[in-house]
Design a protein around this ligand. Sequence first.
Ligand SMILES: Cc1ncc(COP(=O)(O)O)c(C=O)c1O
Length: 380
Amino acid sequence: MSTIEVAPTVSLVDPLIGEEEIAAVERVMRTGQLAQGPEVAAFESEFADVTGITHAVAMNSGTAALHAGLAALGIGPGDDVLTSPFTFAAGATPILMQGARPRLADIDPRTFNLEPESALAAAGSRVRAAILVDLFGLPFASAGVDTLRARGIAVFEDAAQAIGASRAGERAGTLADAAAFSFYATKNVTTGEGGMFVTGDAKLAEAARRFRHHGQGAQYEYLTLGYNYRMTDLAAAIGRVQMTRLNEITRKRRANAAFYDAELASIPGLTPPFVPPGSMHVYHQYSILIDPEHTANGAGRDAVRAALTAAGIASGIYYPKPLHLHPLFAPLGYGPGDFPVAERVSRQILALPIHPRLERMQLERVVHALRAASGAKRVG
Ligand SMILES: Cc1ncc(COP(=O)(O)O)c(C=O)c1O
């Protein structure tokens, strides 16, 4: 009788959760204080210390943090907000939630970010803010930020994927007037669901705090429109432990990326993530481009992905379609061909497993499968 050997799968996501997180949840459960309370306050102050930020306001998602930030910045009907066509929906939907209009500009072909200079070129007279994303964990560039500000455009950093990243020694979350982080289950630091609005501006922080809690000043005194965007003490307790693991998580992701970078250099048609000098990428995603015109066998992204799947290796496509091609954003009036870089990158991009639990043998399996799928010869 023959046996079929099934190779263990290489997963795309495997958060670093340990006994300490479990104990933290149990500790909070036993206090009976489950909703927002002392754990949230402690998480906010510890988060601010670690990230070097003045004010941190915990939310129940990164989307809520983005929404609260736009509201705090006073964005509303009649305003335009610049954002990237190549990002998660929440890079644009909070603009719609505020009754404002997303204004898109194409991304940089190497960083995949909407860089401030391109944003500037697209800015019309109604633009009051720009959401600049640190996509996949790489901070957006600095050039052009001051000019945006000089034109009265508030700069809001979407650092959802970039905790621990930096540019020229400045940390993600401090690169703009305000920023939003996400602690969604797949993020480098997770609370299951969660987010953090951060800013150096006390007034913005105060407005975001009110927005999170039904717009209340004193209890049951409703000053402005608000929502229930509060984080639970359970989530905050997980987050506090997760923050103690941030350096380890970042180190492992970066080591995995360094391994791929070195190996991919000898595989034609596959381009590893670009990191500008002075930037520190934290690889929330390790997304490569696969160009069928340059792979040895003409394989494109979808063929390579299918081969990885067949070899038991998970991969991801972030994002399969730019925002302007989705029905939700059709009323903005954009169409195919309007943002050619974002459209090409959407066809060529593939995220490889990069999480901190990966072992050397698994990384080698991924590289081996990529070589085979793209027809590359083994070198050296
Ligand atoms: C770039 C980006 N912005 C915003 C968000 C929204 O965060 P959340 O899922 O916590 O609402 C995410 C997370 O999914 C994201 O990746």
